[in-house]
Design a binder for this molecule. Structure first.
Ligand code: BES
Ligand code: ZN
Ligand code: ZN
Length: 499
Protein backbone atom coordinates (compact mmCIF):
# COMPACT_ATOMS: atom_id res chain seq x y z
CA UNK A 1 0.00 0.00 0.00
CA UNK A 2 1.39 3.36 -1.05
CA UNK A 3 0.64 6.25 1.26
CA UNK A 4 1.33 9.87 0.41
CA UNK A 5 0.61 13.16 2.11
CA UNK A 6 -0.23 16.38 0.32
CA UNK A 7 -1.75 19.78 1.02
CA UNK A 8 -5.46 20.27 0.43
CA UNK A 9 -6.40 19.85 -3.20
CA UNK A 10 -9.53 18.11 -4.42
CA UNK A 11 -8.77 14.87 -6.29
CA UNK A 12 -10.08 14.40 -9.79
CA UNK A 13 -10.67 10.68 -9.70
CA UNK A 14 -10.75 7.63 -7.50
CA UNK A 15 -12.53 7.73 -4.15
CA UNK A 16 -12.87 10.83 -2.00
CA UNK A 17 -13.13 10.16 1.72
CA UNK A 18 -15.02 12.76 3.74
CA UNK A 19 -15.66 13.04 7.47
CA UNK A 20 -18.85 13.37 9.49
CA UNK A 21 -18.86 13.95 13.25
CA UNK A 22 -21.37 12.47 15.67
CA UNK A 23 -24.98 13.63 15.28
CA UNK A 24 -24.39 13.90 11.54
CA UNK A 25 -22.33 17.09 11.86
CA UNK A 26 -20.33 17.74 8.70
CA UNK A 27 -16.68 18.73 8.57
CA UNK A 28 -16.27 22.01 6.59
CA UNK A 29 -15.03 20.18 3.52
CA UNK A 30 -17.91 17.71 3.65
CA UNK A 31 -20.25 20.68 3.81
CA UNK A 32 -18.57 22.20 0.78
CA UNK A 33 -18.78 19.04 -1.32
CA UNK A 34 -22.40 18.53 -0.26
CA UNK A 35 -23.20 22.02 -1.60
CA UNK A 36 -21.29 21.40 -4.83
CA UNK A 37 -23.29 18.20 -5.32
CA UNK A 38 -26.64 19.81 -4.55
CA UNK A 39 -27.19 18.08 -1.23
CA UNK A 40 -26.31 14.56 -2.35
CA UNK A 41 -24.48 13.79 0.92
CA UNK A 42 -27.32 15.10 3.09
CA UNK A 43 -29.76 12.99 1.12
CA UNK A 44 -27.62 9.86 1.39
CA UNK A 45 -27.32 10.27 5.13
CA UNK A 46 -31.02 10.91 5.57
CA UNK A 47 -31.98 7.72 3.79
CA UNK A 48 -29.45 5.54 5.60
CA UNK A 49 -28.72 4.63 9.20
CA UNK A 50 -25.59 6.72 9.47
CA UNK A 51 -25.02 8.83 12.58
CA UNK A 52 -21.38 9.80 12.25
CA UNK A 53 -20.27 7.53 15.07
CA UNK A 54 -16.59 6.58 15.11
CA UNK A 55 -15.79 3.95 12.50
CA UNK A 56 -19.15 3.99 10.66
CA UNK A 57 -18.85 4.22 6.88
CA UNK A 58 -21.29 5.01 4.09
CA UNK A 59 -20.50 4.73 0.40
CA UNK A 60 -22.03 7.05 -2.23
CA UNK A 61 -21.86 6.85 -5.97
CA UNK A 62 -21.21 10.29 -7.46
CA UNK A 63 -23.32 11.90 -10.22
CA UNK A 64 -22.32 11.32 -13.84
CA UNK A 65 -20.99 14.85 -14.27
CA UNK A 66 -18.12 14.31 -11.81
CA UNK A 67 -14.91 12.42 -12.51
CA UNK A 68 -14.68 10.98 -8.98
CA UNK A 69 -15.86 7.39 -8.83
CA UNK A 70 -17.30 7.49 -5.33
CA UNK A 71 -17.41 9.25 -2.00
CA UNK A 72 -16.88 7.41 1.24
CA UNK A 73 -18.29 9.05 4.34
CA UNK A 74 -16.51 8.15 7.54
CA UNK A 75 -18.06 8.63 10.96
CA UNK A 76 -15.58 10.22 13.34
CA UNK A 77 -17.63 10.43 16.53
CA UNK A 78 -16.70 13.15 19.01
CA UNK A 79 -13.26 14.59 18.24
CA UNK A 80 -12.74 15.35 21.94
CA UNK A 81 -12.78 11.61 22.70
CA UNK A 82 -10.31 10.76 20.02
CA UNK A 83 -6.97 9.20 20.86
CA UNK A 84 -4.25 7.77 18.61
CA UNK A 85 -5.78 4.31 18.42
CA UNK A 86 -9.17 5.67 17.42
CA UNK A 87 -7.61 7.57 14.55
CA UNK A 88 -5.74 4.41 13.54
CA UNK A 89 -9.10 2.62 13.69
CA UNK A 90 -10.54 5.20 11.29
CA UNK A 91 -7.71 4.37 8.89
CA UNK A 92 -8.57 0.68 9.32
CA UNK A 93 -12.26 1.34 8.63
CA UNK A 94 -11.42 3.31 5.48
CA UNK A 95 -9.20 0.52 4.17
CA UNK A 96 -11.78 -2.15 4.96
CA UNK A 97 -14.54 -0.20 3.22
CA UNK A 98 -12.53 0.49 0.06
CA UNK A 99 -10.01 -2.27 -0.49
CA UNK A 100 -12.19 -4.49 -2.69
CA UNK A 101 -14.33 -1.85 -4.39
CA UNK A 102 -12.38 -1.55 -7.62
CA UNK A 103 -10.73 1.84 -7.23
CA UNK A 104 -6.94 1.90 -7.11
CA UNK A 105 -6.65 5.30 -5.50
CA UNK A 106 -8.37 7.12 -2.67
CA UNK A 107 -7.90 10.56 -1.17
CA UNK A 108 -8.82 11.26 2.43
CA UNK A 109 -9.96 14.76 3.32
CA UNK A 110 -10.92 14.16 6.91
CA UNK A 111 -8.25 16.50 8.26
CA UNK A 112 -7.34 16.85 11.90
CA UNK A 113 -10.57 18.74 12.65
CA UNK A 114 -10.87 20.44 15.97
CA UNK A 115 -9.27 17.66 17.89
CA UNK A 116 -7.65 18.75 21.16
CA UNK A 117 -5.17 15.86 21.29
CA UNK A 118 -3.77 16.13 17.83
CA UNK A 119 -1.63 18.25 15.63
CA UNK A 120 -2.42 17.88 11.95
CA UNK A 121 0.64 15.80 11.20
CA UNK A 122 -0.01 13.40 14.10
CA UNK A 123 -3.59 12.86 12.97
CA UNK A 124 -2.50 12.17 9.39
CA UNK A 125 0.22 9.81 10.58
CA UNK A 126 -2.15 7.75 12.74
CA UNK A 127 -4.57 7.53 9.85
CA UNK A 128 -1.75 6.25 7.63
CA UNK A 129 -0.69 3.64 10.17
CA UNK A 130 -4.27 2.41 10.56
CA UNK A 131 -4.59 1.97 6.79
CA UNK A 132 -1.32 0.04 6.71
CA UNK A 133 -2.20 -2.21 9.68
CA UNK A 134 -5.50 -3.17 8.13
CA UNK A 135 -4.04 -3.80 4.66
CA UNK A 136 -1.98 -6.74 5.96
CA UNK A 137 -2.71 -10.01 4.13
CA UNK A 138 -1.18 -13.46 4.24
CA UNK A 139 -1.54 -14.55 0.62
CA UNK A 140 1.79 -16.17 -0.08
CA UNK A 141 0.40 -19.69 -0.55
CA UNK A 142 -2.56 -18.68 -2.73
CA UNK A 143 -1.36 -19.23 -6.27
CA UNK A 144 -4.68 -19.22 -8.13
CA UNK A 145 -6.36 -16.19 -6.59
CA UNK A 146 -8.22 -14.24 -9.31
CA UNK A 147 -7.45 -10.57 -9.95
CA UNK A 148 -10.96 -9.53 -8.93
CA UNK A 149 -10.54 -11.24 -5.56
CA UNK A 150 -7.38 -9.29 -4.75
CA UNK A 151 -7.56 -5.84 -3.14
CA UNK A 152 -7.88 -3.12 -5.77
CA UNK A 153 -6.81 -0.25 -3.53
CA UNK A 154 -3.11 0.48 -4.03
CA UNK A 155 -2.68 4.08 -3.06
CA UNK A 156 -4.07 6.49 -0.49
CA UNK A 157 -3.29 10.18 -0.50
CA UNK A 158 -3.86 11.86 2.83
CA UNK A 159 -4.68 15.55 2.57
CA UNK A 160 -3.20 17.56 5.41
CA UNK A 161 -2.00 21.15 5.89
CA UNK A 162 1.24 19.82 7.34
CA UNK A 163 2.11 17.34 4.60
CA UNK A 164 5.91 17.50 4.98
CA UNK A 165 5.76 17.15 8.74
CA UNK A 166 3.31 14.26 8.35
CA UNK A 167 5.58 12.50 5.88
CA UNK A 168 8.53 12.85 8.30
CA UNK A 169 6.56 11.70 11.31
CA UNK A 170 5.13 8.76 9.40
CA UNK A 171 8.58 7.70 8.16
CA UNK A 172 9.83 7.77 11.78
CA UNK A 173 6.89 5.85 13.19
CA UNK A 174 6.16 3.22 10.58
CA UNK A 175 8.58 0.69 12.14
CA UNK A 176 5.77 -0.46 14.41
CA UNK A 177 3.61 -1.26 11.37
CA UNK A 178 6.40 -3.41 9.94
CA UNK A 179 6.91 -5.07 13.33
CA UNK A 180 3.22 -5.96 13.58
CA UNK A 181 3.27 -7.38 10.03
CA UNK A 182 6.36 -9.47 10.87
CA UNK A 183 4.58 -10.89 13.92
CA UNK A 184 1.44 -11.67 11.91
CA UNK A 185 3.56 -13.47 9.31
CA UNK A 186 5.18 -15.64 11.98
CA UNK A 187 1.82 -16.48 13.58
CA UNK A 188 0.11 -17.25 10.26
CA UNK A 189 2.87 -19.52 8.90
CA UNK A 190 1.96 -23.21 8.92
CA UNK A 191 3.99 -25.41 11.23
CA UNK A 192 5.69 -27.38 8.43
CA UNK A 193 7.29 -24.12 7.31
CA UNK A 194 7.81 -22.39 10.64
CA UNK A 195 9.33 -24.89 13.08
CA UNK A 196 11.92 -24.25 15.78
CA UNK A 197 14.91 -24.42 13.42
CA UNK A 198 13.47 -22.33 10.58
CA UNK A 199 12.01 -19.88 13.11
CA UNK A 200 15.41 -19.41 14.78
CA UNK A 201 16.97 -18.83 11.35
CA UNK A 202 14.38 -16.14 10.54
CA UNK A 203 15.03 -14.39 13.83
CA UNK A 204 18.80 -14.46 13.28
CA UNK A 205 18.29 -12.35 10.15
CA UNK A 206 17.06 -9.55 12.41
CA UNK A 207 20.65 -8.78 13.36
CA UNK A 208 20.48 -6.50 10.28
CA UNK A 209 18.36 -4.15 12.43
CA UNK A 210 21.07 -3.82 15.08
CA UNK A 211 19.65 -6.52 17.34
CA UNK A 212 22.10 -9.02 18.82
CA UNK A 213 20.69 -12.51 18.26
CA UNK A 214 21.93 -15.85 19.54
CA UNK A 215 20.36 -19.30 19.57
CA UNK A 216 20.98 -22.19 21.96
CA UNK A 217 20.35 -25.76 20.81
CA UNK A 218 19.53 -28.89 22.82
CA UNK A 219 23.16 -29.60 23.72
CA UNK A 220 23.66 -26.20 25.33
CA UNK A 221 20.25 -26.23 27.01
CA UNK A 222 20.83 -29.71 28.43
CA UNK A 223 24.19 -28.56 29.79
CA UNK A 224 22.37 -25.70 31.53
CA UNK A 225 19.88 -28.17 33.02
CA UNK A 226 16.84 -26.99 31.06
CA UNK A 227 15.16 -30.39 31.10
CA UNK A 228 11.62 -29.00 31.35
CA UNK A 229 11.97 -27.10 28.06
CA UNK A 230 13.98 -29.83 26.33
CA UNK A 231 11.48 -32.46 27.54
CA UNK A 232 8.65 -30.84 25.57
CA UNK A 233 10.53 -31.29 22.29
CA UNK A 234 11.65 -34.89 22.76
CA UNK A 235 8.94 -36.24 20.45
CA UNK A 236 9.83 -33.90 17.59
CA UNK A 237 12.25 -34.51 14.74
CA UNK A 238 13.17 -30.84 14.91
CA UNK A 239 15.64 -29.42 17.39
CA UNK A 240 14.30 -27.26 20.22
CA UNK A 241 15.79 -23.75 20.35
CA UNK A 242 16.14 -20.92 22.81
CA UNK A 243 16.63 -17.66 20.96
CA UNK A 244 17.81 -14.51 22.68
CA UNK A 245 17.48 -11.04 21.14
CA UNK A 246 19.19 -8.04 22.69
CA UNK A 247 18.52 -4.37 22.01
CA UNK A 248 20.97 -1.99 23.62
CA UNK A 249 19.59 1.48 23.00
CA UNK A 250 19.93 3.10 26.42
CA UNK A 251 22.37 5.98 26.82
CA UNK A 252 23.74 4.00 29.73
CA UNK A 253 24.92 0.65 28.36
CA UNK A 254 24.95 -0.77 31.90
CA UNK A 255 21.23 -0.08 32.35
CA UNK A 256 19.40 -3.28 33.39
CA UNK A 257 17.23 -4.62 30.57
CA UNK A 258 13.48 -4.98 30.36
CA UNK A 259 12.88 -8.67 29.59
CA UNK A 260 10.20 -10.07 27.29
CA UNK A 261 9.72 -13.81 27.27
CA UNK A 262 7.56 -15.76 24.82
CA UNK A 263 6.04 -19.21 24.46
CA UNK A 264 7.02 -20.46 21.02
CA UNK A 265 5.34 -23.84 20.61
CA UNK A 266 5.37 -24.00 16.80
CA UNK A 267 2.81 -26.79 16.93
CA UNK A 268 0.98 -28.19 19.94
CA UNK A 269 -0.50 -31.62 19.28
CA UNK A 270 -0.74 -32.07 23.05
CA UNK A 271 2.01 -34.70 22.85
CA UNK A 272 1.12 -38.11 24.31
CA UNK A 273 -1.83 -36.37 26.03
CA UNK A 274 -3.00 -35.87 22.45
CA UNK A 275 -5.54 -33.16 21.68
CA UNK A 276 -8.79 -34.05 19.85
CA UNK A 277 -8.64 -33.68 16.05
CA UNK A 278 -11.23 -30.95 15.55
CA UNK A 279 -9.56 -27.56 15.38
CA UNK A 280 -6.12 -28.91 16.10
CA UNK A 281 -4.78 -26.94 13.11
CA UNK A 282 -5.18 -23.83 15.27
CA UNK A 283 -2.27 -25.01 17.35
CA UNK A 284 0.07 -23.68 14.65
CA UNK A 285 -0.39 -20.34 16.40
CA UNK A 286 0.68 -21.64 19.78
CA UNK A 287 3.86 -19.63 19.20
CA UNK A 288 2.05 -16.27 19.17
CA UNK A 289 3.59 -15.16 22.49
CA UNK A 290 7.07 -15.58 21.05
CA UNK A 291 6.07 -13.79 17.83
CA UNK A 292 4.88 -10.82 19.87
CA UNK A 293 8.22 -10.73 21.67
CA UNK A 294 10.02 -10.74 18.31
CA UNK A 295 7.72 -7.99 16.96
CA UNK A 296 8.28 -5.88 20.06
CA UNK A 297 12.06 -6.16 19.71
CA UNK A 298 11.78 -5.18 16.03
CA UNK A 299 9.65 -2.16 16.94
CA UNK A 300 12.18 -1.02 19.56
CA UNK A 301 15.09 -1.47 17.17
CA UNK A 302 13.35 0.30 14.28
CA UNK A 303 12.60 3.37 16.33
CA UNK A 304 15.93 3.16 18.14
CA UNK A 305 14.24 3.15 21.53
CA UNK A 306 16.39 4.60 24.29
CA UNK A 307 16.20 1.49 26.46
CA UNK A 308 17.94 -1.81 26.95
CA UNK A 309 15.66 -4.75 26.29
CA UNK A 310 15.98 -8.48 25.82
CA UNK A 311 13.64 -10.92 24.17
CA UNK A 312 13.85 -14.62 25.02
CA UNK A 313 11.79 -17.16 23.12
CA UNK A 314 11.52 -20.89 23.73
CA UNK A 315 10.88 -22.59 20.37
CA UNK A 316 9.70 -26.18 20.43
CA UNK A 317 7.29 -28.56 18.73
CA UNK A 318 5.07 -30.68 21.01
CA UNK A 319 4.70 -34.02 19.22
CA UNK A 320 3.81 -37.58 20.22
CA UNK A 321 6.37 -40.24 19.29
CA UNK A 322 8.27 -43.12 20.85
CA UNK A 323 10.79 -40.55 22.07
CA UNK A 324 8.20 -38.17 23.51
CA UNK A 325 7.85 -37.63 27.24
CA UNK A 326 5.00 -39.48 28.94
CA UNK A 327 2.34 -38.40 31.42
CA UNK A 328 3.82 -39.14 34.81
CA UNK A 329 7.43 -38.44 33.84
CA UNK A 330 9.42 -36.32 36.28
CA UNK A 331 11.81 -33.68 34.89
CA UNK A 332 14.27 -31.40 36.63
CA UNK A 333 14.01 -27.75 35.63
CA UNK A 334 16.96 -25.37 35.31
CA UNK A 335 15.98 -23.88 38.68
CA UNK A 336 16.62 -27.26 40.32
CA UNK A 337 12.92 -27.77 41.10
CA UNK A 338 11.44 -31.05 39.89
CA UNK A 339 8.17 -31.31 37.96
CA UNK A 340 5.83 -34.23 37.57
CA UNK A 341 4.44 -33.92 34.03
CA UNK A 342 0.92 -35.22 34.55
CA UNK A 343 -0.32 -33.88 31.22
CA UNK A 344 2.00 -33.36 28.27
CA UNK A 345 -0.49 -30.84 26.84
CA UNK A 346 0.27 -28.38 29.64
CA UNK A 347 3.61 -27.80 27.89
CA UNK A 348 3.71 -24.00 27.66
CA UNK A 349 4.52 -23.65 31.35
CA UNK A 350 7.32 -26.23 30.97
CA UNK A 351 8.80 -24.10 28.20
CA UNK A 352 8.46 -20.81 30.03
CA UNK A 353 9.73 -21.96 33.43
CA UNK A 354 13.20 -22.69 32.09
CA UNK A 355 13.28 -19.52 29.99
CA UNK A 356 12.34 -17.50 33.09
CA UNK A 357 15.19 -19.11 35.04
CA UNK A 358 17.62 -18.57 32.19
CA UNK A 359 16.63 -14.90 32.06
CA UNK A 360 17.22 -14.38 35.79
CA UNK A 361 20.55 -16.21 35.89
CA UNK A 362 22.08 -14.68 32.75
CA UNK A 363 20.73 -11.13 33.13
CA UNK A 364 19.58 -8.74 35.81
CA UNK A 365 16.18 -7.82 34.37
CA UNK A 366 14.39 -4.68 35.68
CA UNK A 367 11.16 -6.52 35.05
CA UNK A 368 10.00 -9.62 33.19
CA UNK A 369 6.91 -9.85 31.02
CA UNK A 370 5.99 -13.19 29.54
CA UNK A 371 3.40 -13.78 26.84
CA UNK A 372 1.83 -17.12 26.06
CA UNK A 373 -1.18 -18.81 24.54
CA UNK A 374 -1.08 -20.78 27.76
CA UNK A 375 -4.57 -22.03 28.57
CA UNK A 376 -7.87 -22.75 26.86
CA UNK A 377 -9.40 -21.74 30.20
CA UNK A 378 -8.40 -18.12 29.47
CA UNK A 379 -10.87 -18.13 26.57
CA UNK A 380 -13.58 -19.52 28.85
CA UNK A 381 -12.90 -16.73 31.37
CA UNK A 382 -12.46 -13.64 29.15
CA UNK A 383 -13.44 -14.68 25.63
CA UNK A 384 -11.73 -12.80 22.83
CA UNK A 385 -11.92 -9.22 24.15
CA UNK A 386 -9.34 -9.12 26.93
CA UNK A 387 -6.13 -11.00 27.59
CA UNK A 388 -5.51 -12.02 31.18
CA UNK A 389 -2.71 -10.38 33.13
CA UNK A 390 -1.23 -12.00 36.22
CA UNK A 391 1.43 -10.12 38.14
CA UNK A 392 3.46 -10.09 41.34
CA UNK A 393 3.70 -6.29 41.24
CA UNK A 394 0.82 -3.79 41.14
CA UNK A 395 2.80 -0.97 39.54
CA UNK A 396 3.92 -3.13 36.61
CA UNK A 397 0.40 -4.51 36.20
CA UNK A 398 -1.05 -0.98 36.15
CA UNK A 399 1.51 0.27 33.62
CA UNK A 400 0.68 -2.60 31.29
CA UNK A 401 -3.08 -2.20 31.76
CA UNK A 402 -2.84 1.52 30.90
CA UNK A 403 -0.78 0.77 27.78
CA UNK A 404 -3.41 -1.82 26.89
CA UNK A 405 -6.20 0.73 27.19
CA UNK A 406 -4.35 3.20 24.99
CA UNK A 407 -3.71 0.65 22.24
CA UNK A 408 -7.05 -1.16 22.66
CA UNK A 409 -5.10 -4.35 23.35
CA UNK A 410 -6.98 -4.75 26.58
CA UNK A 411 -5.79 -6.59 29.70
CA UNK A 412 -7.85 -7.79 32.65
CA UNK A 413 -6.08 -8.45 35.95
CA UNK A 414 -6.56 -11.94 37.33
CA UNK A 415 -5.89 -12.98 40.94
CA UNK A 416 -3.00 -15.02 42.26
CA UNK A 417 -2.45 -16.34 45.76
CA UNK A 418 -1.17 -19.17 47.90
CA UNK A 419 -4.51 -20.99 48.03
CA UNK A 420 -4.32 -21.59 44.26
CA UNK A 421 -0.65 -22.46 44.43
CA UNK A 422 -1.32 -25.45 46.68
CA UNK A 423 -3.17 -27.19 43.87
CA UNK A 424 0.10 -27.96 42.07
CA UNK A 425 1.91 -29.63 44.96
CA UNK A 426 2.89 -33.11 43.80
CA UNK A 427 3.14 -36.22 45.97
CA UNK A 428 6.36 -37.33 44.25
CA UNK A 429 8.08 -34.17 42.98
CA UNK A 430 8.31 -30.47 43.91
CA UNK A 431 5.27 -29.72 41.78
CA UNK A 432 3.00 -31.14 39.11
CA UNK A 433 2.27 -29.32 35.85
CA UNK A 434 -1.54 -29.40 36.22
CA UNK A 435 -3.91 -29.41 39.17
CA UNK A 436 -6.14 -32.38 39.91
CA UNK A 437 -9.31 -30.71 38.66
CA UNK A 438 -10.32 -28.14 36.03
CA UNK A 439 -10.94 -25.22 38.41
CA UNK A 440 -9.24 -21.87 37.66
CA UNK A 441 -7.10 -23.35 34.87
CA UNK A 442 -5.47 -20.06 33.83
CA UNK A 443 -4.60 -19.05 37.38
CA UNK A 444 -3.06 -22.47 37.98
CA UNK A 445 -0.85 -21.92 34.92
CA UNK A 446 0.23 -18.53 36.31
CA UNK A 447 0.90 -19.98 39.78
CA UNK A 448 3.16 -22.58 38.18
CA UNK A 449 5.22 -19.87 36.47
CA UNK A 450 5.33 -17.85 39.67
CA UNK A 451 7.34 -20.64 41.31
CA UNK A 452 10.18 -19.79 38.93
CA UNK A 453 10.21 -16.03 39.56
CA UNK A 454 12.40 -14.32 42.14
CA UNK A 455 10.01 -12.28 44.36
CA UNK A 456 12.16 -9.15 43.98
CA UNK A 457 11.70 -8.97 40.22
CA UNK A 458 8.51 -7.33 38.99
CA UNK A 459 6.91 -9.93 36.73
CA UNK A 460 3.76 -10.11 34.65
CA UNK A 461 2.32 -13.02 32.71
CA UNK A 462 -0.03 -12.27 29.80
CA UNK A 463 -2.20 -15.22 28.76
CA UNK A 464 -3.11 -14.32 25.17
CA UNK A 465 -4.87 -17.58 24.19
CA UNK A 466 -8.13 -15.73 23.42
CA UNK A 467 -6.74 -12.76 21.52
CA UNK A 468 -3.80 -13.92 19.40
CA UNK A 469 -6.04 -15.02 16.54
CA UNK A 470 -9.39 -13.59 15.42
CA UNK A 471 -12.23 -15.23 13.55
CA UNK A 472 -13.90 -11.89 12.91
CA UNK A 473 -12.53 -8.73 11.33
CA UNK A 474 -11.19 -6.19 13.80
CA UNK A 475 -10.45 -2.49 13.21
CA UNK A 476 -6.72 -3.09 12.66
CA UNK A 477 -6.67 -6.78 11.70
CA UNK A 478 -8.68 -8.81 9.26
CA UNK A 479 -9.44 -12.43 10.25
CA UNK A 480 -6.32 -14.30 11.33
CA UNK A 481 -3.30 -13.31 13.39
CA UNK A 482 -3.69 -10.11 15.43
CA UNK A 483 -0.11 -9.59 16.69
CA UNK A 484 -1.76 -8.78 20.03
CA UNK A 485 0.76 -7.20 22.36
CA UNK A 486 3.25 -5.62 19.97
CA UNK A 487 1.58 -2.21 20.02
CA UNK A 488 0.84 -2.57 23.73
CA UNK A 489 4.42 -3.41 24.72
CA UNK A 490 5.90 -0.72 22.49
CA UNK A 491 3.62 1.81 24.19
CA UNK A 492 4.48 0.39 27.63
CA UNK A 493 8.19 0.84 26.94
CA UNK A 494 7.87 4.39 25.65
CA UNK A 495 5.46 5.55 28.37
CA UNK A 496 7.31 3.86 31.25
CA UNK A 497 10.98 4.15 30.36
CA UNK A 498 11.40 6.86 27.77
CA UNK A 499 9.43 9.85 29.07
N1 BES B 1 -1.80 -24.21 23.73
C1 BES B 1 -2.74 -24.69 24.67
C2 BES B 1 -3.72 -23.61 25.14
C3 BES B 1 -4.62 -23.03 24.07
C4 BES B 1 -5.85 -23.61 23.83
C5 BES B 1 -4.26 -21.91 23.38
C6 BES B 1 -6.69 -23.06 22.86
C7 BES B 1 -5.10 -21.37 22.42
C8 BES B 1 -6.32 -21.95 22.16
C9 BES B 1 -2.02 -25.22 25.91
O1 BES B 1 -0.77 -25.75 25.69
C10 BES B 1 -2.88 -26.29 26.48
O2 BES B 1 -3.11 -27.25 25.78
N2 BES B 1 -3.33 -26.11 27.69
C11 BES B 1 -4.19 -27.05 28.33
C12 BES B 1 -3.81 -27.09 29.78
C13 BES B 1 -4.48 -28.18 30.54
C14 BES B 1 -3.97 -29.53 30.10
C15 BES B 1 -4.21 -27.96 32.01
C16 BES B 1 -5.62 -26.58 28.14
O3 BES B 1 -5.87 -25.38 28.13
O4 BES B 1 -6.48 -27.43 27.95
ZN1 ZN C 1 -0.80 -27.84 25.15
ZN1 ZN D 1 0.27 -25.01 24.02
Amino acid sequence: MKISFSPFKMPENGTLVLGVLENKKFLPLTEQVDKDLNGLITKAINCNRFEGNNGETLELITPTNTTLSRILLVGMGNPKDMCETQVENLGGAIYAALSMKGDEAATTAIGSIDCPHFKDEAFATCLARGIQYRSYRFDKYRTTIKENKKPSLKQVNILTKESDAAQNLYTQSKGIVEAVAFTKDLVAEPANILHPESYAARVKELSALGLKVKALGVKEMTALGMHALVGVGLGSAIETQLVVLEWNGSNNPKDDPIAFIGKGVTFDTGGISLKPGAGMDEMKWDMAGSATVVGTMIALAKRKAKVNAIGLIGLVENMPSSKAQRPGDVVKSMSGQTIEVLNTDAEGRLVLCDVLTYCQTQYKPKCMIDLATLTGAMIIALGHEYAGIFANNDELADQLIVAGKKTEEKLWRMPMEKAYDKAIDSPIADMQNISNDRAAGSIIGAQFLNRFVNKDIPWAHLDIAGVAWTKKDMPLSAKGATAFGVRLLDKFVSDTYEQ
